[in-house]
Design a protein around this ligand. Sequence first.
Ligand SMILES: O=[N+]([O-])c1ccc(OS(=O)(=O)O)cc1
Length: 447
Amino acid sequence: MKPYYFYLYILLFFLCALVSSSCTKGTQQDDTLIAQVKVLNDENSALSARIIIELTRSDIVSLRYRIKGSEENWKTVSTEKSLFKHRIPLLDLLENTDYEFDVLINGKSVSGLRNFTTAKIPQWVKDFYNSNDEGIVNQPEGYFLFSNMTSPSCTYVLDHHGQLVWYRIGPNVVKSVHMTDDHAILMIEDENKTSYADGNIVIKCTLAGDTLFYGKLGNKGFDQMVHHDLKQNNAGNYVLITNTFKDGRIWDGLVQWSSSGSKIWEWNTSEFKTYFPSSFEEQPWINSVFIDQDDNYLISLRALHQVWKVDSKNGAVIWRLGENGDLAMDHLSEFVFQHYAHRNHKGDIMVFDNGHAKRPYSRVLAFEIDERLKVAKTKLVVNVPYPYYSAIMGSVILMNDNSLLVTSSTTGTFMKLDLTGKLLWKKKVNGMLYRVEYLDAFNDMQR
Ligand SMILES: O=[N+]([O-])c1ccc(OS(=O)(=O)O)cc1
């Protein structure tokens, strides 16, 4: 072979190698930007995934994805910050489905097309919410958040068609679940099979499964069992209901933890013995806490048949609504063993009035409170249809269209009632339900 042919072959070889590598992997520079891409998805939450993208330099990325082989438009999620490592949440996925995705920087693919397949939803998860049963009908909007009351647990979000859009399986019973203003899930869990609503773990996690807060009895400010309810206030602090053993009995209290779990405020019903009848020896049984517009607390004391407003700074009891309270009210509107005291979107204080053996049906009540004159004017009395009487637990929320979302816990039913008490739809699950929370929006970032 003549020497110049030899050099020509060598040149051609390198040219071919260069072309083939740029066709399969993108440009040399793009190729070096991805250090690792991982997809996290499993049967504990098959309808959401996290794509972990590690770059070789800090940058902003976007990710586009769609069902593999489909002609549907790509959905794109972009990050805001320039980082080396991104965790991109994908929600609203379908179970057992192949997806394709790629990672883009400045609109250019840097990962090449990649695939993942979502897990299957376990059958027991579907069985609890009766996935094939219609239930929710003619509901124009909204989402419904609830947990089963067993271990392992499952927390559900159904859409207004009753379709499952999100779930999370956990090892422990979920005693209370709430969606925060920043669209995360806040839960009390119980590892110890404690009866009623007590729990020893508090978790805040994103819908994609990232843990934002984890507190366990014994850590930091978590020095008493918590129960029934928890909220996060505007400052990002957690507000919870506690149990305190004092003078031979259990008193309920409130605690406020910083966003990292240090105790910053504490309050206890034992300081307010004069507000309890002298014969009263039970646990006051606070079963809900709500942060009012002025940042003070509304609490329901089930055993006292009262709702209190508590000053979140100095702990003073601002008013007491209910039987033997300090607000003037119509005696026919006194409630028994009530739940879920909160201020509804019309500005009225609303409760689920459970009832008892002498009045074996539940009601929904709402009151307009004049704090200065100490008067509670009854604004709403709605009887829940008799078959849905629930002596324990339960909740009610006034929805945007001024209908009522009522949870009948012991019958495992949530339902929509109009303001005359007419049943508009009902959804039955296979077991008891503690509460159902109504969500205007779910997954705001991708809608
Ligand atoms: O059965 N439970 O798990 C249960 C029962 C009662 C209860 O208290 S109540 O004030 O919410 O009725 C809480 C949980």
